[in-house]
Each structure stands twice: as C-alpha cells, then as structure tokens.
Design a protein around this ligand. Structure first.
Ligand SMILES: C[S@@+](CC[C@H](N)C(=O)[O-])C[C@H]1O[C@@H](n2cnc3c(N)ncnc32)[C@H](O)[C@@H]1O
Length: 391
C-alpha cells in the first residue's frame, strides 16, 4: 500500500477526508491543506477521478531536509530516477515554499529539474525534455520549514479545473471549493437546491454532479498519471467505465440558479451544457428579491454574493450602473443586497436552510437572520466563512 497526499483549500480537510473514506482509502489523516491516505493503484486512480474537493493528488517520491538550493539538488540527485521515468518522458516541476531558508520557488523548481536531467545525462547521455503544459512526469515540490517533499502529481493541472468553465469573467468560485461548500452544507441531492446569485453557475453545476453521482474527473481529457511508466491502462479504463455507468440520468429534485445579470445567465447555461447537465438545470435572469422556491419541499438556498474585495470593476455594469462609484457607495449597495437576501429568504423561503459564503463578516450580519453555524475556509489567500442561517 502506497502513501498518498491529496491537497485542498484550507478548511476543506475534513470534507476531503470524508470523501477519501467513502472511496475506501486507508489510514486517512487530515492535515493542514490536505489529507494523507494509503491505498493501491486503483485507490489512487479513483481518488484522481472522484475527489470533488481535492486540488491535487500526490504520490510522494522522496522526503528530505533542504536548507539551500545545493542541498536540494544533492537530495534530488540521490534518488534513482530510472525507477520513476526514462529520458523519453517529458518533465515539469512545480514548487511551493513556506517558512524556509529556500525562498525562491522557481529557482528551487529549476534545481530539481537540473538534478534529474543531470543524472540521466551522466548515466545515459540523454536527458528528458521539459513540457510545462502536459508533462508525462509532473513533479510537485513542497518545502515547509526546510523539510521538502517531492511528489508525482497525478493530474498536473489542478483538479478544480473540471473542463466546463472556460470563461473566467465574473469572480467565479473555484469548482473544488464550491463542491466542498455544498458537501459541508449537507447537500447530497435528496432535496432541492437554489442559488439566487448564481454567476457562472458553479454551485448549481457541482450540485448536479453530486446529485447525479457523476465523477468530476470524467470531463477531464488528460491526467499526468497516464504518462507514468507503471500506468495500468486496463485498470484506469475499468475505473472510468465504472464511473460512467454510475452516473444517474435524472435529478431527483430541482436545482435552479438565477442572477440579475443576463451575461451571467448566458455563461451559466453554456457551462452547464459543457458539463453535460444543461438539460437538467434551470437558469433565469432575476433579481434576488424575485427568487422563489422551485418546489414545496424545502431544501438548501446557497449563494456567494459579492463581498467587495474580488469583484472590483467586473461587477460595476449591471450591478450598480455605469457611473463611477466610491467605496462608500459600494458598501451601501452591498449592505442593501445582504439585507435583501435575508428579507427575501424570510418572506418566501420558509423552512429552507440559507447558506451564504462571504469573506465579509459585517455584511454577513446584515442578512439579519439567526446564525445556525459559521465555518471558515480559504478562498485563495482570503479567509471566508460559510454562514448558515435559520429561515
Ligand atoms: C461573486 S458572484 C457569484 C459567483 C458564482 N458563485 C460563480 O461561481 O460564478 C456574485 C453574483 O451576484 C450577482 N448579483 C449581484 N446583485 C444581485 C441581485 N440583486 N440579484 C441577483 N444577483 C445579483 C452578480 O451578478 C454576480 O454574478
């Protein structure tokens, strides 16, 4: 059984651990920004294909102390790289450093690549070439407090890039974080779901995939693990075929999204089509004050309203008109919006559970409903909270 590490946004570790347990992983241990687990190759493949909240799934190759780029180089050269690749494999190295004597991540990544290429050149006279787009061997170097872990990255490009959202325009929520927030909210498809500020539709699409039991990796064209020397193609194909067969055809309960902006609704519809759920979701242009439940059965009302830090210029037209505005104007509008969300929920969504994801505590309190729970998450470097309100 091999030890693996799946990374995630901070705050999502318990959710990711829950996903890994459900997939049958052993020795699942949540840490900071990720979860350690054990399993065989099939488990690793399932993790890459099925995990909704993971950003990367890593297979550690070497763990060592590194106080300088030279020490890093020597440690990487001490690994017998012919066990992991050949000079015909393409290579790329990604690096993150924290609280360490090595501070320059790009230089560290280059030293790792040099150490591997130099070893192959000395032993065989040939060296692997670099492909940063689609490497067959994608390595992740993580250095924290002068401890380095060098791992193979199962996907290379981050797993949150599901492949259904090419257009990044209106401060969309990271797909893995959106899925994690839905799972935290207890969403499992057994009740309706609505997002009345749906933007590009991320909550609705991720919810549909959860409700349909659709593996998030099914839309992805390529995983780096497919280029590894020990890649087991029949096993991988069997796991993908099982995942395809496991997809339900219909949603048991409605999932609806609305937004005040027509362009947001257009994006949401296009994204849903690419995600294979265009015919199952309803998106409509509508102000949040006019949002109404899709069914008598109560469910989850979840949204990620603007919080004044990331949207910036992108939200000005359509959100507040085209005239130039100052921060005070914006804050006043946002206070009004959060109050409106609370009032609309109280008047029209009785019995539903309201979840609001925001970094702004002052604004969250303007919702004006009783707080049931408040959970912290990191959206990039920004600390945010998922607030649950009693309606
Ligand atoms: C942060 S974005 C939501 C992003 C979304 N979660 C996604 O993943 O794309 C906030 C959205 O709230 C919408 N919005 C702002 N005021 C609104 C209102 N009064 N009624 C409905 N939608 C509104 C904006 O148009 C914007 O799309």
């Amino acid at each position: 059984m091999t030890r693996y590490f799946a990374t995630c946004a901070r705050g999502l570790e318990p959710v990711l651990a829950g996903e890994l347990n459900a997939l049958g992983a052993s020795d699942v241990e949540p840490g900071r920004g990720g979860v350690t687990f054990r399993g065989d190759a099939a488990m690793f493949y399932r993790a890459c294909l099925w995990l909704r909240t993971a950003v990367r799934v890593l297979r550690p190759v070497h763990e060592f102390s590194a106080h300088s780029p030279d020490e890093l180089y020597d440690a990487v050269r001490s690994v017998n790289w012919s066990e992991w690749m050949t000079p015909d494999h393409t290579l790329a190295v990604d690096c993150n450093v924290r609280d360490s004597a090595i501070t320059h991540s790009q230089y560290a990544a280059r030293r790792v690549k040099d150490a591997i290429c130099d070893q192959f050149r000395d032993r065989t006279g040939r060296r692997p070439s670099v492909d940063t787009e689609q490497p067959m061997i994608g390595l992740n170097l993580h250095v924290s407090k002068n401890r380095a872990i060098l791992s193979l990255d199962g996907s290379w490009s981050s797993l949150h890039k599901r492949g259904y959202r090419p257009i990044q325009t209106i401060a969309p929520l990271n797909e893995a974080l959106a899925a994690g927030l839905l799972l935290c909210a207890g969403y499992d498809g057994t009740a309706p779901l609505a997002d009345p500020l749906c933007g590009s539709g991320t909550f609705c699409i991720e919810a549909a995939w959860i409700a349909l039991n659709r593996a998030p990796g099914l839309t992805r064209q390529w995983f780096a693990l497919q280029g590894w020397p020990d890649f087991d193609r029949p096993l991988w194909n069997a796991i993908r075929d099982d995942a395809r067969r496991a997809v339900r055809k219909d949603l048991p309960h409605p999932i609806i999204g609305s937004d005040v902006r027509q362009d947001a609704i257009d994006f949401a519809r296009a994204n849903a089509r690419t995600a294979g759920v265009g015919n199952l979701l309803t998106f409509e242009k509508r102000d949040v004050r006019d949002a109404r439940p899709p069914s008598d059965l109560p469910g989850a009302l979840i949204c990620n309203p603007p919080y004044g830090e990331r949207l910036g210029a992108a939200v000005k037209p359509g959100f507040a008109g085209d005239r130039p505005r100052g921060p005070a104007d914006e804050e006043k509008e946002l206070i009004g919006l959060y109050q409106l969300i609370g009032r609309t929920a109280a008047e029209h969504w009785r019995g539903w559970r309201l979840f609001v994801f925001t970094s702004n505590t002052t604004l969250a309190k303007k919702v004006g409903l009783k707080v049931v729970h408040k959970a912290p998450f990191f959206n990039g470097a920004l600390e945010c909270f998922l607030w649950e309100f009693r309606v």
